[in-house]
Write a protein that binds this ligand. Structure first.
Ligand code: FES
Length: 145
């Protein structure tokens, strides 16, 4: 993790308000923010450990344990809601109960005019996701495990 953190620190060096971008990059790289990263980040940014811990725990977005399943983010912002994201989120929750994926709400993925939209594992964006399209995507995830 230290090498990853060094690269991330270099990227955000001298940037005001670097804490959130650093946490986002770390989670993107590792899938979560390990507890032992907090003190290293605090030292790098000259913040207290409590300040860093407070930010990590305040935002639900940051995971503190490694994801052991795929994470599906369902956009629940206004435009996607108007196109059926509530039904999609409810449908996605069934897959979560079956232990296939973790489902999280997210508030805008930047594809508002072609919703409802989802993102898988913070990398794959999918637009105009119908219930059957969602099932097909979950099938692909299952096959790729
Ligand atoms: S409202 Fe869903 S992508 Fe913007």
């Amino acid at each position: 993790m230290n090498a990853i953190l060094k690269t991330i620190f270099a990227k955000h060096q001298d940037r005001p308000g670097a804490l959130l971008p650093i946490l986002h990059d770390l989670q993107h790289a590792l899938g979560y923010v390990p507890d032992d990263a907090g003190p290293l980040i605090a030292k790098e940014l000259n913040l207290s450990r409590a300040e860093v811990h407070g930010v990590i725990t305040y935002y639900h977005h940051f995971r503190r344990t490694p994801p052991d399943r795929h994470v599906v983010q369902v956009c629940c912002a206004e435009a996607c809601q108007a196109n059926g994201s509530e039904a999609l989120a409810a449908h996605a929750a069934k897959h979560m109960r079956n232990g296939e994926v973790d489902v999280e709400p997210v508030y805008c993925l930047g594809l508002c005019s072609i919703g409802p939209n989802i993102q898988i594992d913070e990398t794959e964006l999918h637009a105009q996701v119908t219930l059957s399209k969602f099932d097909a995507l979950m099938q692909e995830l299952g096959d790729g495990k």
